[in-house]
Each structure stands twice: as structure tokens, then as C-alpha cells.
Design a protein around this ligand. Structure first.
Ligand SMILES: CSCCC(=O)C(=O)COP(=O)(O)O
Ligand SMILES: [Zn+2]
Length: 201
């Protein structure tokens, strides 16, 4: 897995309008105990292989001196890699419908959102796709506190998707393509839920 592949996936998500401004971050696990993650504060629509940083999964720090500053959300990515040894990629984005659901959840003080009986749940790769309970984390200003909450709340068999209140969504999986697909499925679940809720109102 290379920085160019990360950049290509990021460009695709940017083109969909899910990484507005400099939003979003993507990473892949490397062999050993490190991961390659996008640099902080750069447009993910035009990053290149030079805009990725290798960080340690144990300490979330750049492996090499002089590297660009890694994503501000690196600690969330590394917490997920520690939690889920079979996961080799993490995608964080701000897709509009998932972010709207994250905002509504935060307003209601809800720490989960449940989706039931929607075919697209199957795209999340769950054993029982009839229902998925998606955790919603508080958007602490100090990002490592979000990572601490992730470590505390999630178990290895948790669904590979989460929302961050007032912020966005994070998904993970065995490959970058699967983590990206899961982001698309989560966004579709949120979009369908908001569309149907509005139609029924
Ligand atoms: C302009 S978006 C604010 C930060 C954020 O939510 C994000 O996803 C990007 O952070 P990064 O440090 O990875 O650029
Ligand atoms: Zn974000």
C-alpha cells in the first residue's frame, strides 16, 4: 500500500464533496507496528504521496524526523488499529447525511444511532445485518480524548463504523477499498433515514 493509493482514494471522496476544505483523513496499516496517514491541514483533493506520514501505532508519533505533521485525528486511527488487528485501513470523512445524523444525535444527547431492516446494512459486513447500532462519540476539542473514548467503549466485534457528534464519520476495514465502501454504506443509511423520516413527517 502506498501514499499514492491513499491520495487516489482521498481524491475520490473529495470529488463527492465529503472532504470539504481540508477535512478528512485516511490511513493504512503497514507491516509491523506502523501506519501511513494523511498529513494534517492539507486539501485531500490534491494530496500527493509526499503528503502522507508514517506513524507508530503504539504512540501515534511520526516514525521519522522532519515528516509533515500527521492528521490531528491520528490517535483515533491508531486506537482503531490497536482495537481491531484485522483492520488495515481507516477512513474519516464529513459526508453530509452522516454528519447531519451526527449533529442530530449530539443535540439529542444520544450515544448510538440504530438502523434496522435496510438492505444496505449488508455492506457493513456484519454477522447479523438486520440491524446495526452505530456508536456516536462526543467531539472533544482534545482529539486524544475521543480516541480514549473509542478504546473504552468499542470492542473488537463492534460494527466497523462510528459517528462523531457535530463532526463526521469514521469507518475501517481489512482494506482501504472496504473501509471506503463502508463509508459509502453508512452515508447511504443516513441519507435514506433522513429522506424517509422527512417524507413521513
Ligand atoms: C477543516 S476540518 C477540521 C479538522 C477535521 O475534522 C478533519 O477531518 C481534518 O483534520 P486533519 O488534521 O486530518 O487535516
Ligand atoms: Zn474531521
Amino acid at each position: 500500500m502506498s501514499g499514492a493509493e491513499l491520495a487516489g482514494t482521498a481524491a475520490g471522496l473529495y470529488a463527492r464533496g465529503w472532504l470539504e476544505g481540508t477535512a478528512g483523513n485516511l490511513s493504512v496499516r503497514l507491516s509491523g507496528d506502523s501506519a501511513l496517514i494523511t498529513a494534517s491541514g492539507v486539501s485531500k483533493g490534491r494530496i500527493t504521496a509526499a503528503d502522507v506520514v508514517e506513524v507508530g501505532i503504539a504512540d501515534s508519533r511520526p516514525v521519522r524526523e522532519g515528516a509533515p505533521r500527521p492528521s490531528a485525528e491520528t490517535t483515533i486511527h491508531t486506537a482503531l488499529y490497536r482495537l481491531s488487528p484485522g483492520s488495515h485501513a481507516v477512513v474519516h470523512a464529513h459526508p453530509p447525511y452522516a454528519t447531519a445524523i451526527a449533529i442530530l444525535s449530539a443535540r439529542r444527547g444520544a450515544d448510538t444511532v440504530t438502523f434496522t431492516d435496510l438492505e444496505i446494512i449488508k455492506g457493513l459486513g456484519l454477522t447479523d445485518p438486520s440491524k446495526v447500532v452505530v456508536p456516536v462519540f462526543e467531539n472533544h476539542a482534545h482529539v486524544p480524548a475521543i480516541a480514549d473514548d473509542v478504546t473504552e467503549r468499542l470492542t473488537a466485534d463492534a460494527p466497523p463504523v462510528m459517528l462523531i457528534g457535530n463532526h463526521g464519520a469514521t469507518t475501517w476495514g481489512p482494506t482501504l477499498e472496504i473501509a471506503r465502501n463502508r463509508m459509502e454504506c453508512l452515508e447511504a443509511l443516513c441519507q435514506l433515514t433522513l429522506l424517509v423520516d422527512r417524507t413521513a413527517a
